[in-house]
Design a protein around this ligand. Sequence first.
Ligand SMILES: *[C@@H]1O[C@H](CO)[C@@H](O)[C@H](O)[C@H]1NC(C)=O
Ligand SMILES: *[C@@H]1O[C@H](CO)[C@@H](O)[C@H](O)[C@H]1NC(C)=O
Ligand SMILES: [Zn+2]
Length: 598
Amino acid sequence: MASWSDRERGEPAIFEASVKTRKLSLVTRALPLVLLCSLIGLLLRVYPGYVYDAGDLLSYVQAVVSDTADTCPQVAALAPSEHSSLLEELEEDYGTEAFRLKVFESLGGAIRIPTVAYDDLLPPGQDARWEIFSDLHAYLENRFPLIHSHLRKTSVNTYALVYHWQGTDDTLKPMLLTAHQDVVPIEPLTADEWVHPPFSGYYDGGKGEWIWGRGSCDDKPGLIGSLTTVETLLEKGFQPRRTVVLAYGIDEERGGISGATAIRNYLLETYDENAFSILVDEGGGYSVSDHVMMASPGVAEKGKFDVRMDITTPGGHSSIPPPHTSIGMLATIIKQLEAHPHSAHLRRESTYFQSLQCQAAHDPRVPASLRTLVKQATTNDKALDRLELVMAGRDRMFAPMCGTTQAVDIIHGGVKTNALPELAWLIVNHRLDAFSSIADLKARVIQTVTPVAKRFNLSVDAFGTLVGDLEPEDAYGQLRIFDAFGTALEPAPVTPMGESGPWQLLSGTIIGALESSNRTSYSGKKAFIAPGMSTGNTDTKHYWKLTKHIFRYGHMNRDDSYNGAHTVNEAVKAEGLLEVIRFFTRLILNGDESSLLE
Ligand SMILES: *[C@@H]1O[C@H](CO)[C@@H](O)[C@H](O)[C@H]1NC(C)=O
Ligand SMILES: *[C@@H]1O[C@H](CO)[C@@H](O)[C@H](O)[C@H]1NC(C)=O
Ligand SMILES: [Zn+2]
């Protein structure tokens, strides 16, 4: 998983304090009344023959107004009907001590195999550090025997895994469930800070009820949860109508360059473009508060662009220096970049805005004043501006969620104190707003830094094109701007929501799983869905061609994580793992019989 914001994890950033909403203008406040009057007028004009009873008319209008005021309609909980007794049986099994201990050990065993993805791994076959993945595969074969006898398993690029579970009806598009086998390394300095060793997979049942170790949150519950679900369905003799495909990457934590890319190629060859009805990968989870439960499936993902800038200048002895060395020039460029940050804006079409609408509509903790402002912002531009200001001030995720970000992350230059630096370079990491593009960003970077280049008499080669009128041979030095790693990534296409079948299927499944949970902290509470967006990237960035219906969602409660992912003391509440399995079970059964999927 890559940097899900607190918002997607359910951090109630907007609940903390009441907001002082500036009084909207008289015109704005009078607007509903004006609308109401014109609506009445319109109705009377359209149906002049009908004599309205004033009371009738008013209640009709109120119904219309309150309908359109539901800015975040929710689907009802969805449960399988054809397979309702199978689900009941499974839910009962999931509560037994035998099942629980077996599942906790399944995850523990997977954690004990340290499938670490290092940034500098060579391709599989050329680097012995991949071999540990074979141990994991042997473990899975042993732990999930029915999967290995009933499903068709394909190894892709040696260590990535694809399992095909043939359905009886080939006219139904397969469902694709994905996760990653790899984990991030542990920081050796923190090794002794772990409550239980990082690759122990220790289940401390009886005390804290946690399962400990690297990968316990990210993303071995996705791997073990989906496999356990399929294995259990096989044990019950379930035969799917809709084909289910499971795919597990091997290096999500370094961009999926060996795993997800190979899986994508294999799936495109074997199944074709848009062959899948829905794709569910890791991502946002859910939170449980005193009053409600909120789940945030990721429907969007920011783009990414690492821009490198090289400045080359003549060398020479440091005792006779020019006024500015390449390092000084680079420093000026950094200053210029940081003086011109990208601006963040609240757009009505954004995932952030939609999430605010959902929280305002369904979470009683949202202060009344903010709720009003959020609702007004759906139609009123002044309210939208005001809301932008308010959120920018109170939510540190506002700028990353609603704009492109830049961070100068790497800088190099110089080799010796008596030699002028002939080369200095930097890399700026950008995360692209959903409403921007690589082309926009390139233009923007050029516009920002060329004045500096001009001042220092540098010719500018930006992304392979000479910019400005200074030829390299007439210039004092050169500035070259380029894609640092050739990995520029456009923002992901936003997954269809609203009336879209897969969105409704997933939403209904999540709500059903949450509202039917046995956990006492869940009982009697309603669940709602607020769409989420990732500021980082998952393996799904390689999967856009497989389906339009991509959801980044792991059914994990944020309170079921001891200390988050990618850090010391990664641990998951064992009970939370059962919820993951309950979710996958419902997803597969719902998907099997629902016409919401193609
Ligand atoms: C939920 O409660 C029911 C009824 O007590 C029980 O049969 C079932 O095993 C429990 N399921 C889980 C997952 O705890
Ligand atoms: C750049 O060129 C101008 C005119 O050609 C010259 O006056 C100036 O000193 C030069 N600056 C540098 C840093 O080379
Ligand atoms: Zn992950």
